[in-house]
Every structure is written in structure tokens, then in C-alpha cells.
Design a protein around this ligand. Structure first.
Ligand code: ZN
Length: 312
């Protein structure tokens, strides 16, 4: 889908509000230009790039693009958005796991799609697309009123880092590593959702973003960014066991305590801070530095992605 097609599909009448969490909250008021929902009449088996599985009161949503390092393309993100709404509306579901099929959690956004679009779309086009699918989906995941657990193995890079860290808990395999290199590799101000200082100490977040050095799973555990590190072979079972344990807690009480925990961070400025960063991030996309480095950086990243695929 091209950016122009994306804009043409959007419904300006819907701009400004979207209730995806079931508690009557406006979840995104910066750039919600919503397309008519193409998934509303679909069954779960119609998903192309995610897998939606139900295990009693637990739903597991998995990235399903292992041959692309589970890079998040527009289709995958729209399906993830739909899955979040589905979990929100299903009274039988208490907990959601966000997982990935294959060797890696996610290599980030699918840069090949941007390579096809070109690196300099209009401000309006980029704002609409990134606001809805990148920032918006991430925020709607954070605002889902039911607890979420990211199940992370292998690479968890850039948008993968952003998405995993919007979950309430993270269970990591011992081969997992976390990274956001785009400040260096693309000359952009990090990714769209600056969750980093909310899940790491300020100093570790700065070190990570200034150096682009990855954080191994064990270090992430030591920093308190992940809840548990388990052997790779045990990741799926350990995450499901944790989810089922959480699901034993009364569902409405879980929702209310999550509401208070989210509000605590909102009172600390979470919402304003991430929205302000989204604006700054957009500015960085139109800097000379980004224009000069993005082409080369995207090519390098795409090549790296192909190498990772070859190793699957
Ligand atoms: Zn961006």
C-alpha cells in the first residue's frame, strides 16, 4: 500500500478519537486518521501476518513473518491493531501474550516498504501513517485494559523494542537482545514511541540511544527491564504459565489495578512525554542528517535483514 493510497483510505471524520480499550478513553488525539476497518468482518483465521490463538483466558498474538525477521509491515500492524481490539472486547480473555514465530521477536519496522515509498514523503503523509500505525498501535497496546506479556527471543530491535516494551511484562529467552540503533543508523531521533526512559533508568536509556549498543537479556533483567529470563527452549511454556497464573486473578480487579498503574505513569508525564517525542521524531525525519543517512542506513538495515533471514 502506498502512502497516497493510505491517505485516501483514511476517514477524516474519525480524526481525533478512538476507543480501543473498552473503558471509554480517547486513546490517541494527535494523528488518528482512521481507515475503514478492513478486519471488522474477518475471522481470526484471515490474518496474514499474525497468528491469533486462544488458550482459555489467555490470547497469544504472534508476529508471523519469520522469513523477514518478523519485521512489522503495514499489514501486520493493522492486524495487530485489530487483535488488540478483539482482546479488549472478548469477555473471556483476561491476558494477552505478544509473541513471534521463529528465531527473532522483531527486527523493527519493515524498512523495505519505506524503501518502496521513498525516504521523503510529505510531512502530512508521514504524520498520518506513523501516527496511526507506529505510535498509535503502540499506544493502543499500552492502553489495552487487560494485562499483556511480551514473549521475546532473538533480536528485539527498534520498533520491536518499542512494541515489546509497551507490554506490562516481558519474559525473555536467554538469546534475546534489545536494541534501538536508529539514531545512529538512520539519523532519526530514536523510534516513534520513546518508551525507553520509562522501562530503563534514565542513564541506561541515554547510553543505549547514544551508543546504539544492544542490551543482552541478562543485562535487561539486571536493569529491571524484563521480568524473567529463561532458556530459549522453555520460553513459550514459561510465558504461558505466567499468563495463566495472572489469569487466575479476578479479571475486573486486574483491569482496575492496571488502570491505576497506567495512571501513575500518566501522572508522571508519560502521555505528554511520548506525544512530545512523536513530534520531535517527525522533525528528525526532515533533517538534512536523516536525508543524508537514511538511504544508506536503510540499505544497510535491509541487507542485515536479508542476512538474518538467510540464517533462519
Ligand atoms: Zn519515524
Amino acid at each position: 500500500m502506498s502512502l497516497r493510497q493510505y491517505r485516501n483510505e483514511t476517514n477524516v471524520a474519525n480524526m481525533g478519537a478512538r476507543d480501543a480499550v473498552g473503558l471509554g478513553r480517547i486513546v490517541f488525539d494527535v494523528a488518528v486518521s482512521r481507515a475503514p476497518d478492513p478486519f471488522s468482518e474477518r475471522s481470526m483465521s484471515d490474518y496474514q501476518d499474525i497468528i491469533y490463538e486462544k488458550f482459555g483466558a489467555v490470547v497469544r498474538v504472534s508476529h508471523n513473518r519469520p522469513k523477514r525477521g518478523n519485521a512489522q509491515n503495514f499489514q501486520l500492524l493493522r492486524e495487530l491493531d485489530d487483535a488488540i481490539s478483539r482482546v479488549a472486547k472478548d469477555p473471556e480473555v483476561s491476558v494477552m501474550i505478544l509473541a513471534s514465530v521463529g528465531k527473532h521477536f522483531s527486527a523493527g519496522h519493515d524498512l523495505k516498504e519505506w524503501n518502496d515509498i521513498g525516504i521523503s514523503p510529505s510531512v502530512e503523509d508521514r504524520w498520518a501513517l506513523e501516527g496511526d500505525l507506529y505510535f498509535g498501535v503502540a499506544l493502543r497496546l499500552w492502553e489495552l485494559h487487560k494485562p499483556t506479556i511480551a514473549q521475546v527471543q532473538g533480536a528485539c530491535i527498534a520498533a520491536g523494542f518499542m512494541t515489546a516494551n509497551m507490554c506490562d511484562l516481558i519474559v525473555a529467552a536467554d538469546d534475546a537482545y534489545f536494541s534501538d540503533p536508529v539514531t545512529k543508523s538512520l539519523g532519526a531521533a530514536s523510534v516513534e514511541m520513546l518508551v525507553h526512559p520509562w522501562v530503563l533508568t534514565s542513564r541506561k536509556a541515554r547510553e543505549m540511544l547514544y551508543t546504539s549498543e544492544p542490551i543482552p537479556a541478562q543485562d535487561a533483567l539486571d536493569f529491571g527491564m524484563v521480568n524473567r529470563v529463561v532458556p530459549r527452549a522453555e520460553l513459550e511454556d514459561a510465558t504461558m504459565a505466567l499468563a495463566q497464573k495472572i489469569a487466575e486473578t479476578p479479571a475486573f480487579a486486574l483491569q482496575l489495578v492496571k488502570r491505576s498503574l497506567n495512571r501513575t505513569q500518566e501522572l508522571q508525564g508519560f502521555r505528554d512525554a511520548v506525544k512530545a517525542h512523536f513530534d520531535t521524531h517527525q522533525l528528525s525525519h526532515y533533517s538534512e542528517t536523516h536525508k543524508q543517512t537514511a538511504g544508506q542506513g536503510m540499505g544497510t538495515a535491509i541487507s542485515a535483514g536479508k542476512t538474518a533471514v538467510a540464517a533462519e
